[in-house]
Ligand binder design. Structure first.
Ligand code: PEP
Ligand code: MG
Length: 564
């Protein structure tokens, strides 16, 4: 009997592909350290020419690729043009090196610097390696190492893909990507997500795969099955069909396998995409980001202006819950009419409800507009305050909303203090909605806008999940709804964990609804609780994700994992 082996990495998205392996060609060898025979001036001219030509070539690829790829390639072109790097190359040539050797050493030095910084910067090291290879290929007059171009479809295996390669992948031929290096924030992952390429990154043992090996690449589990049996191939076809069906079938309400309803709601920032949200089966709106309506306004919006917009919103969801968030101004979403003083640390400043309180008439106008629009439609209109950090703030907001005629008022839990006192905050509020984006930022002390700390911004972190669990417990004890409206709710497996921690509804970008709906339907309440316990007892986000993934993945009796 044939036995397959499996390799495990981090899956990006939920795609699945089957096909033969083709490996990226090996990189250029390290250039020799023999002294130059051409003289320093000639070597410097060669090096400068190769750096400039490489920058131009990468920039051209970017223009052809467009989108996020263009930004990434532009950044790579800048690396080739970096004046400090060029000075470093020239210094090395002055000490007798060839242009090839000087370029090699200068890039290695920069690379080591990035790697020592770790996280997001560390993941940029591959970009530098790629530029180095391209400059040296130019110097030697050979083709730059790149993606193979056979006349059949294949699964590409590489250490990590450089942006220049990923940007121009022929998506008709490349069925999937497997990399041995790189994490969830590497460019391979970012671009695979944007282009919906099936990808498993950071795959242990990937470089042992050989050209022609057949693999099943399952991004939803991060598992690569090598030399699959007939039964495994058949199972992958069935899985592919059921996933395709999950995203195309007319949609129903969100529910667990045991029938427990978990309403699936939409996150919206304008009234333009209402039809799309309804078509994708949103059972209401869990977060309407009102500040997005007024980002360009110099002056506070009037009651009439807001009322018209909220009426259009509510009218699209007759009889359904629609949660309007009061203006969340500050830090990543500044509004000139609410944030008047510059601050050193705007994320820790007068933002969210704090800024609204400092301009109470603006808050009063907004709540009045919501109450008026609610009265004109049949939607179940709720309001919530952003960035609440004390019990007193919750009390203040809820009583003001009721005074102005909004029937249901609650708070967002985005600050650890609010999660830790969730029982007392919920006693003052009709509901809580957890903003995992900010809750992660504040729990891990990692600016959500800063790439260099992006690896800390992971809502799978057990500290974040423990806080979510506190809110879930408080909600259950008081019989009050606890929603999730941060990005975490759009990660299908994490959504299951969040339900196990006590979330009673999930709100997300409409594009994520189908996958989350399909994933919830696979598990019972007891299983969600079991997964939540597993995630909570992990030491890190990576461990939590791996533990839950393994528990949630059906095991095939013939599979065993390759150990290295
Ligand atoms: C959040 O912080 O998770 C959230 C939903 O709010 P925003 O992303 O708009 O800050
Ligand atoms: Mg927030």
């Amino acid at each position: 009997m044939t036995v397959s082996t499996t390799l495990v990495g981090i899956g990006i998205g939920r795609g699945l592909a089957v096909g033969p392996i083709l490996r990226m060609p090996d990189p250029l060898p390290e250039p020799s350290d023999a002294a130059s025979s051409q003289g320093t001036d000639a070597e410097k001219v060669r090096a400068a020419g190769a750096l400039a030509a490489t920058a131009a070539d990468i920039r051209l690829r970017g223009e052809r690729a467009g989108g996020a790829a263009q930004d990434v390639l532009e950044a790579q072109a800048f690396m080739a043009e970096d004046p400090t790097l060029k000075d470093d190359v020239n210094d090395r040539i002055d000490s007798g090196k060839t242009a090839e050797r000087a370029v090699f050493e200068a890039f290695v030095q920069f690379r080591d610097l990035l790697v020592s910084m770790g996280g997001y910067m560390g993941e940029r090291a591959t970009d530098l390696d790629d530029v180095s290879q391209r400059v040296r290929a130019n110097l030697q007059g050979v083709a730059a190492p790149g993606v193979p171009d056979p006349d059949y479809s294949f699964v590409l295996v590489a250490r990590d893909l450089a942006p220049a390669d990923t940007a121009l992948l022929d998506l008709d031929k490349v069925l999937a990507l497997i990399t041995s290096d790189g994490g969830p924030t590497s460019h391979t992952a970012i671009l695979a997500r944007e282009k919906s390429i099936v990808a498993v990154v950071g795959t242990k043992g990937a470089l042992s795969l050989e050209d022609g090996d057949t693999v099943i690449v399952d991004a939803s589990t991060g598992v690569v099955t090598v030399d699959p049996t007939d039964a495994e191939r058949a199972a992958s076809v069935t899985a592919l069909e059921s996933r395709a069906a999950a995203s195309t079938v007319p949609v129903g309400p969100g529910a667990l396998a045991d029938g427990t309803p978990i309403p699936l709601l939409a996150n919206l920032g304008s009234v333009d995409k209402l039809d799309d949200a309804v078509a994708k089966g949103a059972e209401g709106v869990g977060l309407f980001r009102t500040e997005f309506l007024f980002l360009d306004s110099e002056t506070a919006p009037t009651v009439a202006d807001q009322e018209a917009k909220y009426t259009a919103l509510f009218a699209a969801f007759p009889g359904k819950k629609v949660v309007v968030r009061a203006l969340d101004a500050g830090a990543d979403k500044p509004l000139s009419f609410l944030n008047d003083e510059p601050e050193e640390n705007p994320a820790l400043g007068l933002r969210g409800l704090r800024a609204l309180r400092a301009h109470e008439s603006i808050l009063r106008d907004q709540l009045t507009a919501v109450a008026n629009a609610a009265a004109a439609t049949t939607a179940d209109a709720w309001v919530m305050a952003p960035m609440v950090s004390t019990v007193e703030e919750a009390r203040y907001f809820v009583s003001l909303a009721k005074e102005l005629g909004v029937k249901t008022a609650g708070v967002m839990v985005e600050v650890p203090a609010a999660a830790l006192l969730a029982d007392r905050i919920l006693a003052e509020s009709d509901f809580a909605s957890i903003g995992t984006n900010d809750l992660t930022q504040y729990t891990l002390a990692a600016d959500r806008l800063l790439g260099s700390v992006a690896s800390f911004q992971d809502p799978w972190h057990p500290a974040v999940l423990r806080l979510v669990g506190e809110v879930g417990k408080a909600g259950a004890a008081l019989g009050k709804p606890v929603g999730i409206c941060g990005e975490a709710a759009a990660d299908p497996l994490l959504a299951v964990v969040l339900v196990g921690l006590g979330a009673t509804s999930l709100s997300m970008s409409p594009a994520a609804l189908a996958d989350v709906r399909a994933e919830l339907a696979r598990f019972t309440t007891a299983q969600t609780e079991e997964f939540a316990e597993l995630a909570l007892s992990a030491n890190s986000a990576v461990e939590a994700r791996a533990a839950v993934l393994s528990a949630a993945t059906p095991k095939h009796p013939n599979q065993h994992t390759e150990s290295e």
